[in-house]
Design a protein around this ligand. Structure first.
Ligand SMILES: [Fe+2]
Ligand SMILES: [Fe+2]
Length: 169
């Protein structure tokens, strides 16, 4: 890999760990406010982001480069409401998508084809993640502050099943 691509992938590893930590903070807020289903959903999402980071970690090693881990940023842990949590999750996913696109463009310009192949999985994954979170935000907007519907929605989020494993690098 060229140094700029390696550097950018390292920044992406940081972004995935930051996303993992941020989802964990969101899970903490939800569970503190007794939205236990949303908390479970967000914990699972936090684990998924951890897997994304590890996928890139493994990719760097597979390409025979040393891994330099960056620090993790302190995530926001104050939210106005449950809908605010998921709106921020959506904004976070949209930010990650832009970052992956920029990384793909860089890999293309630098002709690092192995990185392009690796990043293709992430591009597809971002489409799915944005779609999922966007649907959750829409549902929270639909139910507004109706307690019975909020409880139903929380229960629905709590029913999130295991997802197919992230393929190895
Ligand atoms: Fe991710
Ligand atoms: Fe994500």
């Amino acid at each position: 890999m060229t140094p700029p691509v390696l550097e950018a992938i390292t920044r992406q590893i940081a972004a995935e760990f930051n996303a993992s930590f941020s989802y964990l903070a969101m899970a903490g807020w939800c569970e503190h406010h007794k939205f236990m289903g949303a908390g479970r959903w967000l914990r699972m999402q936090s684990e998924e982001e951890h897997e994304h980071a590890m996928k890139l970690f493994d990719f760097v090693l597979a390409r025979n480069h040393p891994v330099k881990l960056p620090g993790v940023e302190q995530p926001g842990s104050e939210f106005d409401s449950i809908v605010d949590v998921f709106e921020r999750a959506l904004a976070q996913e949209q930010g990650v998508s832009r970052q992956i696109d920029a990384l793909y463009e860089l890999a293309f310009n630098e002709k690092v084809f192995a990185a392009m192949a690796e990043l293709q999985w992430f591009i597809t994954e971002q489409v799915e993640e944005e779609k999922t979170v966007r649907e959750i935000v829409a549902k929270f907007h639909m139910v507004r502050n109706d307690p019975a519907s909020l409880l139903d929605l929380d229960r629905e989020l709590g029913g999130r099943g295991p997802e197919p494993a992230v393929p190895k690098a």
